[in-house]
Design a protein around this ligand. Sequence first.
Ligand code: FES
Length: 85
Amino acid sequence: MRRIIIIHYKIDRLLPHRGLARMYVCLCNAFTDRQVRAVCPAAGSSAAAVYCALGVRPKCGKCVPTVREILDEVANSDVPAAVPA
Ligand code: FES
């Protein structure tokens, strides 16, 4: 399952209309990459703060590396983090 999530994440990064596509980052809690990006400014650089901001807790934990990747991407990007969820 994690492999599928990573593949979707990388496809999303390669799409020319980036920001239009969305993917589920966490299947246990059903939140998307857009939701993660929307709470990044408030959550800072902590994956735990992202889960807290979304009002959920990690269950299986397989999404944590992807959440960290998104946080790193937002931190190293010039584009504003917040996108409509
Ligand atoms: S996929 Fe996020 S806690 Fe299981």
